[in-house]
Design a binder for this molecule. Structure first.
Ligand SMILES: Nc1ncnc2c1ncn2[C@@H]1O[C@H](COP(=O)(O)OP(=O)(O)OP(=O)(O)O)[C@@H](O)[C@H]1O
Ligand SMILES: [Mg+2]
Length: 373
């Protein structure tokens, strides 16, 4: 049995749509599949036509009640596809299990007890890294990180990859990570550039199949069916069919213990997405830990920050760090007040081109820090 968690702490990036459609395609190919809804929003359950207001039992009971097994809560959707539905009460698990020993292992035990019943278990996770996602990460042997073309989504993906690494190291368990890009609109330059960036970062861990953006997914979800049962021949249905083939094709290698290396996060100095954020909102920013100063200077070899906060002394100055795409940055913890500053780029003093708040044109830049209560 393969247990696969669909994860990304960023909301709305296609986790549930991927869980529903991949589960459905793999069931259609003849495998016995369980889709376990681990999100209190219950979108996977609703997306497969289950009325979550009428549930007697749900994944909440599986997690909370030692005697309730997965088979006690499942609904059969098609011949080979079962759903363990969730309900909104699942959101109470975090609080109710707080301080309980072994609380991250609950799902793992229950899934292990169902291992004779299924070939595949997909776990649809909520958009957060709380106890529910943790239970899923501990229970799974593979995590499919779902990515839509946005930097917040990439940021979420990199964070969850780090968390998977922690779970793996702490528990000494093997966890295979794969990344799937969804909502891909090949007509936009941004999407194509994003795909290239994702391929650079994740390399072989990315699935070859990319899921296109199409309104058909929303329509199918409204009808409570998978896309292959709603519009079998549409492009989106074909994409998930292709993805399911890729997933099934891995079976043999996995059975032989050939796990691919876990994704290593590339250190680009800044959080992913921050560069773009800096470019879109020039000037100093107030961030956790102080004031973030930044400068776009791909050609520079050395950038320092001097100002009233270090008595304009370069020897006491602050060196900025360069990230891959030529954005220099540093965060300085300066107290409340009105501060003047300049950058020193390769020895030349220049005002911050992104800060128009200046003592005089071409003069020192001003940053005002207010005490935050
Ligand atoms: N490939 C796609 N093309 C167009 N719309 C899509 C696609 N995939 C998903 N959607 C739509 O985007 C919305 C969010 O998708 P989905 O619910 O799968 O994301 P999610 O990551 O599970 O969200 P959450 O984090 O809230 O659980 C839904 O309305 C869904 O129908
Ligand atoms: Mg979801």
């Amino acid at each position: 049995m393969r247990t696969i968690a669909l994860v990304n702490q960023k909301g709305g990036c296609g986790k549930t749509t991927t869980a529903v459609n991949l589960a459905s395609c793999i069931a259609d190919s003849g495998k016995r599949v369980l889709l376990l809804d681990c999100d209190p929003q219950s979108h996977a359950s609703i997306g497969l036509g289950i009325d979550t207001d009428e549930l007697e039992r749900s994944t909440y009971d599986v997690l909370m009640d030692p005697v309730v097994q997965i088979r006690d809560v499942v609904h059969t959707v098609t011949d080979r596809l079962d759903v363990a539905p969730s309900s909104v009460i699942l959101s109470a698990v975090e609080q109710q299990l707080s301080g309980q020993p072994d609380r991250e292992n609950r799902l793992r035990r229950k899934i292990a007890a169902a291992s004779d019943d299924y070939d595949y278990v997909f776990i649809d996770c909520p958009p957060s890294v709380g106890l529910l996602t943790f239970n899923a990460l501990v229970a799974c042997d593979e995590a499919f990180v779902v990515l839509e073309p946005s930097y917040f989504s990439l940021h979420g993906a990199l964070k969850i990859v780090e968390t998977i690494g922690l779970v793996r190291d702490q528990l000494g368990m093997r966890k295979r990570t794969k990344v799937v890009l969804t909502m891909f609109d090949r007509r936009t330059r941004f999407a194509k550039e994003f795909l290239r960036e994702a391929q650079t970062r994740f390399g072989r861990e990315m699935f070859d199949t990319v899921i296109r953006h199409t309104v058909r997914f929303r329509e199918a979800a409204n009808w409570g069916v998978s896309i292959s049962h709603y519009a079998k021949s549409c492009g989106g249905a074909r994409d998930y069919k292709d993805l399911s083939r890729e997933v099934i094709a891995d079976e043999e290698r996995l059975a032989a213990g050939e796990f691919e290396p876990v994704v290593e996060v590339q250190d680009v100095g800044l959080e992913p997405g921050m560069d773009e954020w800096i470019l879109s909102q020039p000037g100093p920013h107030f961030v956790e830990g102080g004031v973030l100063f930044s400068l776009v200077a791909p050609e520079a070899n050395d950038v320092e920050l001097v100002g009233t906060f270090n008595d304009w002394k370069r020897e006491d100055g602050v060196r900025l760090t360069r990230s891959d795409n030529g954005v220099w940055h540093t965060t300085v913890d300066i107290g409340p007040g009105r501060h003047l500053y300049k950058f020193v780029i390769d020895g030349i003093w220049v005002p911050d081109p992104a800060n128009e708040n200046r003592a005089a044109p071409n003069e020192d830049c001003i940053v005002e820090v207010y005490r935050r209560d």
